[in-house]
Design a protein around this ligand. Structure first.
Ligand code: SF4
Ligand code: SF4
Length: 377
């Protein structure tokens, strides 16, 4: 039976084991092996949002990978924990249903999340009704963006009438989620300088009136959400116009989001810890962990087949050079070089903060288990 010792004593008792495999308090970079993937399937979009980081591509859409090329990627990648399908607006791709099935079937992806602006209801419903998630016993989530109440949302999105359309579509998606148990819908609200006073009103609409799960993120951009990226690999991804709420408001915004979260029955979870770390960064603090996921367990593929460690750094390779074998590309020399180049930067990009936090907590738990084993013995 394990003896409960004060925390500092536990550390000393486990020291001999830790000496043979030293643990960096900010986490050990994991061996390269993809667990999660962000896949842009198109640059085309039916909106022109002020806060879009990818507006240059949206204004000038490039080529798109074919189904065969995507099939090869699915085959050559280790089974993914999460595939985030994004763009552009993914539902503008007529073959999106097949892309989803390819990853469930050939890659055995556990969870596919489609990020959408939520207006193309027929396409969204058609994919849910294919029931691929049920067929392969996996999970399908739609993450729909709603950035404030009617005026704020429609203005930010440059799409008059889109708020009402999305609200109606969400009602239908909630019904679908009851009929299709492996399907879930969540809403993401990007908090920015124009909508931060609407945090509670958005919650009231989505949760109290419509029972839609929802979460918040802070708007981001290269010039205000990143630090120390080597200049020659910086990707110029800044929103056209939108910016963060005033920095001195961020702590109270965080508290308000926590309150909403608590009230809706989701206590201080990982997303809240991630937001706390992001706000800390904007106030001048570094994260307690390295960026452990970018280029290692998490990667990004753009719709033309170029590959990058994260969206704030430039692509380092193209899949056509590797016959669309993503595993081979991920283990290549250019990938190794890029992993070295990004060891010194940090940023507040949610996907990378959340996955690095997850990796760091897993390492800490493994370390704690090892300590307990030594004490047990
Ligand atoms: S943020 Fe999304 S919906 Fe808006 S323009 Fe960019 S890709 Fe389209
Ligand atoms: S995601 Fe990681 S590698 Fe990319 S800019 Fe942020 S800290 Fe650097």
């Amino acid at each position: 039976m394990a003896i409960q010792l004060p925390r500092f004593l536990q550390w000393f008792r486990s020291a001999p084991v830790l000496q043979s495999a030293p643990i960096d308090p900010k986490g050990v970079y994991p061996d390269p092996g993809l667990k999660d993937l962000i896949l842009f399937v198109t640059d085309r979009c039916n909106m022109r949002c002020d806060h879009c980081m990818f507006w240059r591509r949206v204004d000038n859409p490039g080529e798109e990978m074919t189904l065969q090329q995507l099939e090869r990627i699915a085959h050559t990648t280790p089974a993914l924990r999460t595939l985030a399908i994004t763009g552009g607006e993914p539902f503008l791709r007529k073959d999106l249903n097949q892309i989803v099935e390819i990853f469930f079937r050939d890659n055995q992806t556990n969870h596919i999340q489609v990020n959408s602006n939520g207006v193309l209801m027929d396409r969204m419903e058609e994919l849910v009704c294919q029931d691929y998630a049920l067929k392969y016993k996996r999970h399908l989530t739609y993450q729909i963006s709603l950035d404030g109440l009617e005026d704020a949302h429609d203005q930010l999105r440059g799409a008059p009438g889109s708020f009402q359309k999305i609200v109606n579509n969400l009602k239908r998606l909630v019904e679908l989620s009851k009929e299709h148990p492996y399907f879930r819908v969540v809403v993401l609200t990007n908090v920015n300088k124009n909508n931060y006073h609407q945090i509670e009103s958005v919650a009231e609409l989505l949760w109290d009136q419509m029972s839609v799960e929802h979460t918040y993120d802070l708007v981001r951009g290269l010039s205000f959400s990143t630090w120390n990226i080597p200049q020659d690999i910086q990707q110029p991804e800044d929103p056209r116009e939108c910016s963060l709420p005033p920095i001195d408001q961020l702590p109270s915004i965080l508290e308000r989001i926590k309150e909403v979260n608590q009230r809706e029955g989701r206590p201080f979870d990982q997303v809240m810890r991630q937001l706390e770390i992001q706000v800390g960064m904007y106030l001048g603090k570094k994260a307690p962990f390295h960026c452990l996921s970018a280029g290692r367990t998490l990667g990004v593929i753009y719709s033309d087949g170029s590959v990058t460690a994260c969206e704030f750094t430039t692509p380092f390779a193209k899949l056509d050079q590797y016959d669309y074998d993503l595993d081979q590309l991920w283990k290549s020399e250019s990938a190794d070089q890029r992993r070295e180049q990004i060891k010194g930067c940090h940023c507040a990009h949610t996907c990378f903060v959340l996955t690095s936090l997850h990796e760091w907590e897993e390492q800490q738990a493994a370390c704690a288990n090892r300590s307990t084993t030594v004490i047990d013995s």
